[in-house]
Design a protein around this ligand. Structure first.
Ligand code: NAI
Ligand code: NAD
Ligand code: ISE
Length: 343
């Protein structure tokens, strides 16, 4: 069985996912596309020689009977309505992060999915599929470093466009750490505080960069996360978990080491598309395979999207108040307790 996708948003990551579903992964096909910029949708169809219907809006795309699953790769503020339209049409939906830009928005999706009665939604938190993070999680779960006490992490981008504002540092960028870290250390967030170090001269006027975000978990683990999106030198993701018995590091991506002209060197990646390329492949393949095998997606759920949104809301509040802010989650509904296993 081929899973037929309708794509909402044919920008940077929309095209990356179209390409991998069309050329690389097994069992999926793009049959419909839309973008608020219709020219972009038309270009994507031409670029990848797709046999796909171009729709004027997301609602019409979701209602297409030929579409089994909707891929949401529009910009963040559009995701909530895109996903609600897909659920309304009873379609599976793979939504790039963030699921919604507010906790209330994410909760509306959770409620719509529960009302539908079956899991339809997977959120694009691809780091859970990255081999390095999986190794780190296995080490923590196997108690190799003892109880985790502290985490230090770094999320650096070489540069960002003028449209990237201070809030996006948490809603668009830190959201990856927010999702992967609570999964990694099996704990929930309790509070968050944001500090602003000296601003880089490379950040535009409306952006505070870098930022330090301090998250505390319910068991007392302190996470110190740096977001620095004009670091200039590369795309650099680091994570170090300090436990009672030892320390575990996220492996650096494999890279050739050279010795030349009295220098020992290794290159650093510059592009998110390349840094997590395997994880994007595996997450989308898993989405397709689990729908075929167990009738529902098996990856990060709408509830994970809700946890991320509550936490980013608290981070935005902390950005503005300068104070420690609470992360207040609703009780997890039983609907999200049982994770079906892929055979
Ligand atoms: P982009 O700006 O290149 O593309 C977004 C596209 O969506 C544009 O073509 C825009 O015209 C279209 N669009 C916006 N609103 C729309 C709407 N309401 N209906 C239909 N089309 C709409 O952005 P990019 O970089 O592709 O990011 C898209 C999403 O993917 C974002 O949510 C971003 O957070 C996420 N993303 C995730 C990454 C990851 O590592 N998982 C990496 C990059 C982006
Ligand atoms: P982009 O700006 O390149 O593309 C977004 C596209 O969506 C644009 O073509 C835009 O016209 C279209 N669009 C916006 N609103 C729309 C709407 N309501 N309906 C239809 N189309 C709409 O952005 P991008 O870099 O591709 O990012 C898109 C999403 O992917 C963002 O949510 C971003 O956070 C996420 N993203 C995730 C990762 C990741 O590592 N998982 C990486 C990059 C982007
Ligand atoms: C982008 O949307 C992503 O998701 C990238 O992974 C992240 O590094 C970047 O900061 C975001 O803007």
């Amino acid at each position: 069985m081929t899973l037929k996708f309708g794509v909402i948003g044919t920008g940077a990551i929309g095209r990356e996912h179209i390409k991998r579903i069309t050329d690389k992964l097994a069992g999926g096909k793009i049959v419909a596309v839309t973008d608020v910029n219709l020219d972009s949708a038309k270009q994507a169809v031409e670029q990848y020689s797709l046999d796909a219907t171009i729709y004027e809006d997301d609602q019409a795309l979701c209602q297409d009977e030929n579409v089994d699953a909707v891929l949401v790769t529009s910009w963040g503020p559009a995701h909530e309505q895109n996903v609600l339209n897909a659920i309304e049409a009873g379609k599976y939906v793979f939504c790039e992060k963030p699921l919604a830009t507010t906790a209330e928005g994410a909760m509306r999706i959770v409620q719509a999915e529960m009302k539908h009665g079956k899991k339809l939604v997977q959120v694009g938190f691809m780091r859970r599929y990255d081999p390095g993070y999986v190794q780190l999680k296995n080490a923590i779960d196997a108690n190799e470093i003892g109880e985790p006490l502290m985490v230090r992490c770094v999320h650096r981008n070489p540069e960002v466009p003028e449209t990237y504002g201070t809030e996006m540092a948490v809603v668009d960028t830190l959201v990856h750490e927010i999702d992967v870290l609570h999964w990694l250390i099996n704990d929930d967030y309790k509070s968050v505080q944001v500090l602003y170090p000296k601003k880089t001269s490379r950040a535009h006027a409306g952006l505070k960069d870098p930022q330090i975000i301090i998250l505390e978990t319910k068991s007392g683990i302190i996470i110190n996360a740096e977001v620095f999106v004009n670091c200039h030198y590369g795309y650099d993701i680091q994570c170090e978990v300090i436990g009672e018995d030892g320390v575990a590091y996220l492996p650096e991506p494999a890279s050739l080491v050279t010795r030349k002209s009295a220098q020992l060197s290794q290159s650093i990646m510059t592009d998110w598309k390349v840094r997590f390329i395997d994880a994007y492949d595996v997450e989308l393949q898993d989405f397709m395979d689990s729908i075929k095998q167990i009738g529902e997606p098996n990856g990060p759920t709408a509830w994970d999207g809700y946890i991320a949104a509550v936490t980013t809301d608290a981070c935005v509040k902390a950005q503005n108040s300068g104070q420690k802010e609470d992360v207040a989650l609703e009780e997890k509904p039983a609907f999200y307790d049982n994770k079906a296993a892929v055979n």
